[in-house]
Design a protein around this ligand. Structure first.
Ligand SMILES: *Cc1c(COP(=O)(O)O)cnc(C)c1O
Length: 466
């Protein structure tokens, strides 16, 4: 016996019906038909699924409105800016270093135009790619030559690639994971070289490198700065000069991966001394690699500085082309490095401005922000960290505000409200309270911060279960 099929279940309108509705208001429906049709299809698929779940049918105008909204969202970056009140200056999850304002403006001014990148203005012929960034690196580090890559991982891979299938000797204490699951041993293997592990986790001496260098297996010694952890207790690592002399005596090269690579002395600001590329070259490293967006404080990039013959060989490597940054990154790097040479780094590079801001200035700002937020806020002493794989365990005294949400509120709910606010505010939880560290907040955004926090506090208190 045939069962009665449910034929009265609503069906969504046709794609053409919704497009017709959109034509009334949106001129581009036909000239950009592919984009509009694709979105309308998605909206109708969604509607079909909803109807199957028993939801009521929506009007054609509502479906059209959803399609219009989705198209609008495609035109956004999908990445939102945030106020970083975590107290971590180079925050990996928040895009590391914010760019200096002159770098933002300089890059924006070039982005929409064609640029003189590889043309000699004197004769109009193809010229060498602009070398401003490299020239700055040479001046700032004392290197013979320099190369800019997409990131420091690329710089390390290219430097290690110099040995071909040869061996790269690394202390067992330096076989580190950089972050995001990326490990130095994997980079070495992927670069085609052979990893030679030397010494022990806690103690490695120059002598430990002797055997693999003497029999020619190790063609390079790679030193990796322990940038995101500290080791204490019964530890020892080789003297850099003695190790370099040993490597050179056996015809091997020394590559020093600094990670952050400070161009100013962090010790001048009450932090431990972060190694500087110039010092490592002076300590006879042949190549030093470091990041553009950690303590250098500019766009994401990697730098290889050192011996001219080695940098020239890297430049000829076809993989160097694959790891080459684009013109805007090159411009941004050049502008950032130029600030160091112009004597404007601590005033204008956000990361250095954060490091250099005196506690007294932060306290004044915190008082104002706390007053604006209202009675939920209290000025508190905090400790900020540099982050981004530099100076692990090191902190700077700071000041910020702690927020109370009453007996019924919760710190995690307030953090969520702050993450969903406008602008988005990212703080941290300390002793059960949300704290906002002003050292990492751009001073010009204090008012916006206070307003967003006041709104979030109100909503977090209201949303609290009774
Ligand atoms: C961060 C880091 C890297 C990787 O640099 P990216 O710029 O993220 O590619 C490599 N080595 C060390 C020691 C680092 O700290």
């Amino acid at each position: 016996m045939p069962t009665k099929r449910s034929t009265d279940r609503a069906r969504p309108p046709s794609v053409e019906r919704v497009l017709a509705e959109l034509r009334g208001t949106d001129a581009a429906v036909d000239s950009e038909a592919a984009a509009w049709t694709a979105v309308v299809r998605d909206v109708i698929d969604g509607e079909r699924a909803q109807l199957a779940d028993g939801a009521g049918a929506r009007a054609v105008a509502e479906l059209a409105a959803e399609a219009r909204e989705r198209l609008g969202a495609f035109a956004g970056a999908g990445i939102e800016s945030v106020i970083n009140a975590t107290g971590v200056m180079v925050h990996t999850n928040l895009g590391r270093a914010p760019w200096p304002a002159v770098v933002v403006a300089g890059v924006a001014a070039l982005a929409g135009d064609h640029v003189l990148l590889e043309m000699d203005p004197a004769n109009g012929r193809r010229g060498a790619r602009a070398r401003v960034a490299e020239d700055h690196l040479i001046a700032l580090t004392g290197a013979e030559d320099a190369l800019v890559t997409n990131n420091n991982a690329a710089a390390v891979a290219l430097a290690v690639g110099l040995v071909g299938r040869g061996g790269v000797a690394v202390s067992r204490g330096e076989l580190v994971e950089i972050g995001g699951g990326v490990r130095i041993p994997d980079i070495i293997r992927r670069a085609g070289a052979k990893l030679i592990e030397v010494g022990t986790t806690n103690r490695t001496r120059t002598f430990d490198f002797e055997a693999s260098l003497a029999d020619g297996r190790a063609r390079a010694v790679l030193r990796v700065h322990p940038s995101n952890f500290t080791m204490s207790g019964f530890t020892e690592s080789p003297d850099p000069v003695a190790l370099a002399d040993l490597a050179h005596a056996h015809g091997a090269i020394v590559i020093d991966d600094l990670g952050s690579g400070a161009l100013l002395d962090t010790a001048a600001y009450g932090l431990a001394h972060e190694p500087m590329p110039r010092e490592r070259l002076a300590a006879r490293a042949d190549l030093v690699t470091f990041s553009g967006d950690k303590l250098v404080g500019g766009p994401q990039a990697g730098f290889v500085v050192g011996r001219a013959d080695l940098v020239a060989r890297i430049r000829r490597d076809p993989l160097a082309r694959a790891m080459r940054p684009d013109k805007l990154t090159m411009a941004g790097v050049a502008l950032t490095l130029g600030l160091y040479r112009a004597g404007r780094a601590t005033a204008e590079i956000p990361v250095w401005r954060m490091i250099a801001t005196p506690v007294a200035a932060l306290r004044v700002r915190a008082e104002v922000v706390a007053t604006r937020i209202g009675e939920a806020a209290e000025v508190v002493e905090l400790r900020s960290t540099v982050g981004g794989g530099s100076l692990p365990g090191e902190t700077l005294p700071s000041v910020g505000v702690a927020l109370s949400v009453g007996a019924r509120g919760s710190a995690t709910r307030l953090m969520a409200a702050l993450r969903q606010g406008a602008p988005i505010v990212i703080g941290r939880i300390e002793d059960g309270r949300v704290v906002l560290d002003l050292r990492t907040v751009e001073p010009g955004r204090d008012d916006e911060l206070a307003a967003a926090v006041a709104t979030a506090v109100a909503s977090a208190v209201l949303a609290a279960p009774p």
